[in-house]
Write a protein that binds this ligand. Sequence first.
Ligand code: MN
Length: 325
Amino acid sequence: MTEDALVKKIALEEHFLCPGFIEYWNPTVAEMPAEKRDNLLKRNTDFGEMRLASMDKAGITRAVLALAGPGVQAEKDAATAVRTAKAGNDFLAKEIQKRPDRYSGFAHLPMQDAKAAADELERCVKELKFCGAMINGHTLGQYLDHPSLAPFWERADALGTLIYIHPTDPVSVAPVLQGHPGLRRATWEWTFETGSHALRLIFGGVFDRYPKARVGLGHMGETLPYLLWRFDSRTGPDFYNVGLKKPVSHYIKNNLEITTSGMCSAEPLNCAIAALGVGRIMFGADYPFERAEEAGHWLDTEKLDENVRADIAYKNAERLLGLKV
Ligand code: MN
C-alpha cells in the first residue's frame, strides 16, 4: 500500500518529553538497555523530521501530544507540580504553534491541587486550545475518585473535556506479580492498575455526581469492555447493591471513550465495538513506545467495514475532540 492509499488518522496517545520532565520519566525506564532508553528519549524530545516521518508512514495526519508519564503526578511538592505542569503545557503549545496542521495537545495537570488543576485545565482548553487532558494515573497514590478532587470534576464536567487516564506503575507491586518481572508494566500490571482506576471513578460515584464527565482509556479500554455483564451481575440488586444510580455497564458505555493504543488486534476491537459502540473508539499509536507504523498498518488492513475504519481512524476524534484532520 502506498502512503497515498493510507486511511487518514488522528492519533491520541502520542508522547513527548521536554526539559523539566525527563527526571520524572527516568525511573520508568531504569531497567531498560541504555541504547533503547536513549533512542526513546531522542524520539520523545523530537518534534520534527523523526516524528513526522513516523506519522507519515502510519498515515497519521494529526497527533494529539501528551507528556510521557509520570510527569508531575510523581512530584512531591504541590507548588512545584503546579508550576512545572504549566511550563510543560506552555512548551507544548509553542511546539503546536510551529505545526498546527499536524499537532494538537492534551493538558498535563497537577492533581495535587484540585483547584489549580481545574484552573490549568480551563486555561489549556480555552487559551491554548488543547482538546483534553491526560493524567498519568494516581498522583502520589491518590486516585481520581478522591473526594478532595470534587472541584476538578466539577470544572471538567462543565467544560465537557475528555480526561484521559494513562497507565502508570502501581503504588506497590501486587504479590501475585512478584517474581515474574515479565508480567509487570505494559504486559499486564498497567492494565489492571488503569482499569481499576477507571472502576474507582464509577464505584466512587463520580459519574453519578458529574454525569457529563468524560474519561478516556487506552489499550482498547483496559479490558473493561470485556467485563460488562459480570460487573452488572456482581453488583446488581440481587447480589450486592453498591449504591450507584445505574448499572456499572451504563457508565462504561456512556462516560468512557477508548483508544486502540498498543492493541493491534481485531478480537478486543470487536468486543469494544459490541460493548461501547463504534462511536466511542478512537485511534492511538502510543508513539514512541509502540511502532506507529505497525498500528497504522493494522488499522489500514484489518478486515473492517469502511465506515467503521473511518470512524475509528479520524471521524470520532473530529466529533468528540473537535479536531480536524
Ligand atoms: Mn502511552
